[in-house]
Design a protein around this ligand. Structure first.
Ligand code: AMP
Ligand code: ZN
Length: 479
């Protein structure tokens, strides 16, 4: 597989540190509010990456943090902790809102078929690890105490700015925010590892440390949580593109200073979902959530398809018209799958299966081209393969796409079945018994018990009931 690496700014073959295994880390949500559908775009694309690696036979271990302390409103060291801001907004404790929005985040992930990473670690559960790492960084001469806070000294590194493929203005803003505001810093881009000189005297989030009572910086959380569970060599680190600087840049600085060697090989950044008015952001107040999409009548799968139809390294503009187009495409796609009808005893054509699967894999092997992977589903439908092969391929692809293609098609068939029941049913005293046996026959066919299916058909025929198999299901006529 070729994957774009923000470090080298090229597509590189993905070579795991340990053959057959991938260690993957994802920056989790800051749980002071609901996730907006922009955040969820990042998690959808990361989910596809994890599932595709697994589909390709790699054993993936994925870790995600939950940011429940230390993420300040500026992403750098300015402003106040987003969690405190959220708690004040809702007149609740920080831990109450952290729990509420963590649960809400995973409920949204569930609706979008985003798999929960094997390990999820809230930052407030790892304070001892953060303190230990910061102590080592001080001992090694990479960190210093000034004005009551502990800072990382970027001048001690050979190279600090490791990502260059994001807008120069963004970087300047990040650096400028550090300048002038915090005179404790030796270099403008130095960043806080631990705050003791809290700007908020009575804040709830504080712990004892060798440098006084305080709280950790946001960046140290991800370095420590990743290393705690995945060790000193990470294969892939994911996040939205806004995380490249300063967050990931700082993660690399402190992790590599701590371990003394290269830390993570591949940096996978998902570009933003924008509204027509600009970047979607939680702090802007009004923002779009999965629940809002549902209230407006959209199946969350429509949003997932909308995301998969574009490449993760392009920014994507959200509009209701664009979402409507995805809704139409999803409905048509499911209807075409629902119309596939396996003939009795039909077998999967292995050569055809492999040929069509190849297209799907080629698309995703090419820097996770999900839009071509979706096209591969249409190619299957258009192909001359039999229905059994088509259905097997679609079920196989959906292990990665996770669009509920097979179950949604099944629901469509059931709906069509219901409406296809003959009107005479209501007056026919045998209707219930006939329907029961039609269902038993369908179940027998599904279990490939064709002898039983044939027996039921013959039994009904003997009673003067002829079964009619249609693409929408089985109906009958009474002779
Ligand atoms: P946060 O909850 O703010 O820490 O962000 C969670 C994830 O969403 C991070 O990986 C961010 O980089 C990502 N993210 C933030 N805004 C957007 C957006 N508009 N589009 C896509 N991803 C985003
Ligand atoms: Zn992070």
């Amino acid at each position: 597989m070729l994957i774009y690496n923000s470090l080298s700014r090229t597509r590189e073959p993905l070579v795991p540190n340990t053959p057959g295994k991938i260690k993957m880390y994802t920056c989790g949500p800051t749980v002071y509010h609901y996730a907006h559908i922009g955040n969820l775009r990042s998690y959808i694309m990361e989910d596809v990456l994890e599932k595709y690696l697994d589909y390709s036979g790699l054993e993936v271990t994925r870790v995600m943090n939950i940011t429940d302390v230390g993420h300040l409103t500026s992403d750098a060291d300015e402003g106040e902790d987003k969690m405190l801001k959220g708690a004040r907004r809702e007149k609740k404790s920080v831990m109450e809102i952290a729990k509420f929005y963590t649960d809400a985040f995973f409920a949204d992930c569930d609706k979008l078929n985003i798999k929960k990473p094997a390990i999820v670690q809230p930052a407030t559960g790892c304070i001892d690890e953060f303190i230990h790492t910061i102590e080592v960084l001080i001992d090694k001469g990479y960190a210093y105490l000034a004005g009551g806070n502990v800072y990382f000294d970027i001048s001690k590194l050979k190279q600090y700015h490791v990502f260059h493929d994001f807008k120069e203005e963004d970087l300047e803003v990040g650096v400028r925010e550090g300048v002038g505001e915090d005179t404790n810093k030796r270099n403008p881009a130095d960043f806080a590892l631990w705050f003791t000189k809290s700007k908020f005297d009575d804040q709830e989030l504080k712990w004892d440390s060798p440098w006084g009572v305080g709280y950790p910086g946001w960046h140290i959380e991800c370095s420590c949580i990743s290393m705690k569970y995945l060790g000193e060599e990470l294969d892939i680190h994911c996040g939205g593109i806004d995380n490249a600087f300063p967050h990931h840049t700082n993660e690399i600085a402190q992790s590599e200073a701590y371990i003394g060697h290269k830390w993570c090989n591949y940096w996978f950044h998902v570009h933003h979902l924008n509204t027509e008015g600009g970047k979607m952001s939680k702090s802007k107040g009004e923002f779009l959530t999965v629940s809002l999409l549902e209230e407006k009548g959209y199946d969350p799968m429509v949003y997932r398809l909308f995301c998969l139809q574009s490449h993760y390294r392009r920014s994507l503009v959200f509009s209701w018209d664009n979402l409507d187009n995805a809704a139409v495409a999803y409905k048509k796609l499911v209807a075409r799958i629902a119309a596939l009808k396996e003939a009795e005893g039909e077998q999967v054509d292995v050569a055809e299966f492999d040929r069509l699967k190849q297209k799907f894999s080629e698309a995703l092997d090419n820097d996770l081209n999900t839009s071509l992977a979706v096209t591969a589903v249409y190619d299957v439908l258009k192909s001359s393969a039999n229905a059994a092969t088509k259905l097997a391929l679609i079920a196989d692809f959906d292990r990665v796409l996770s669009l509920n293609l097979i179950s949604a098609a099944q629901k469509v068939r059931e709906e069509q079945n219901k409406s296809a029941q003959p009107a005479v049913d209501a007056d026919d005293p045998r209707a219930a018994s006939i329907r029961e046996r039609i269902e038993a026959r369908a179940a027998a066919k599904k279990a490939k018990n064709y002898a039983e299916a044939d027996r039921i058909r013959a039994e009904l025929a003997a009673e003067g009931v002829t079964l009619i198999d249609t693409p929408q299901g089985t109906t009958y006529k009474i002779n």
